[in-house]
Ligand binder design. Structure first.
Ligand code: ZN
Length: 146
């Protein structure tokens, strides 16, 4: 159910943005998912489809951008991209200590890759013209409409 609650937060966040504008339909939702969230993209997509049913988001594509995890080593001070233990399923890897690629120590802490953000949404606007701007002119780069 990990993916389902994540999918629900995506739907909520995207809907909030969409309802603030005059949106007819959401075409795509772009998200950044940290490696250490251990969300499985395929399951996230599936749950997103389920959670978005009957909303403005129905039929929208979920674009998932995986952000690599970062660890810090307590032994040698190494900080950088983590190496996920090979051959382990995500469910097990979640509880396995990350090994320092520099000294091999397991005394590591996760310093990045737990984030989970909706970066932006792609929408179709209300009205005869899809290029029509929302109410605030500032969002159109200040260009006048004729
Ligand atoms: Zn180390």
């Amino acid at each position: 159910m990990h993916e389902f609650s994540a999918a629900c937060s995506i739907v909520e966040a995207a809907l909030e943005t969409a309802t603030q504008h005059n949106v007819r339909r959401v075409v795509a939702v772009n998200v950044q998912v940290g490696e250490f969230t251990f969300l499985i993209p395929e399951q996230l997509e599936f749950n997103f489809e389920v959670a978005s049913k009957g909303t403005l988001l129905e039929g929208a594509t979920l674009n998932i951008d995986i952000v690599h995890g970062r660890i810090q080593c307590q032994e040698c001070g190494y900080e950088g991209v983590a190496q996920t233990p090979g051959g382990l399923s995500p469910e097990i890897a979640m509880f396995a200590p990350m090994q320092c690629p520099s000294c091999g120590s397991s005394a590591t802490v996760i310093v990045g890759g737990k984030e989970f953000i909706v970066t932006n949404i792609e929408v179709e606007m209300e009205g005869p013209d899809d290029q029509i701007c929302p109410t605030e002119p500032a969002q159109c780069g200040g260009q006048a409409h004729t």
